[in-house]
Ligand binder design. Sequence first.
Ligand SMILES: O=C(CO)COP(=O)(O)O
Length: 134
Amino acid sequence: MNIALIAHDSKKELMIQFCIAYCGILSRHNLCATGTTGKQVSEATGLHIQRYLSGSQGGDQQICARISCNEIDVLLFFRDPINPKSNEPNDMNLLRLCDVHNVPVATNIATAEALILALERGDLDWREIGNPSL
Ligand SMILES: O=C(CO)COP(=O)(O)O
């Protein structure tokens, strides 16, 4: 499965802790991330992560493009709902595209944990059945 990671600055440490906790599961999948999120998570966990540009440079748009092509199976997007920075990715377009393509998406750690455990159980295998070329 292809899993995309994005974390607003105030949520990056949470994303790192989440990825440390679920490193074993995540290591069995293809990971990609916006630049800074990917750098920090890979340095903390040793996970191999395909890194796109930083969010402020358009990395979120690169992930949007992959979602548009139905190439992302799970999006973990830890966003700051209280004080997002002006240059942080526009969540509405990311979330809209996930709805277009039925991509399971988590915007907080509680849902992310449910999704990652569902992934491990095989509950998301329908993504590959629906996309045999992925
Ligand atoms: O802009 C973002 C959230 O602040 C996401 O991109 P980075 O992972 O490059 O920071």
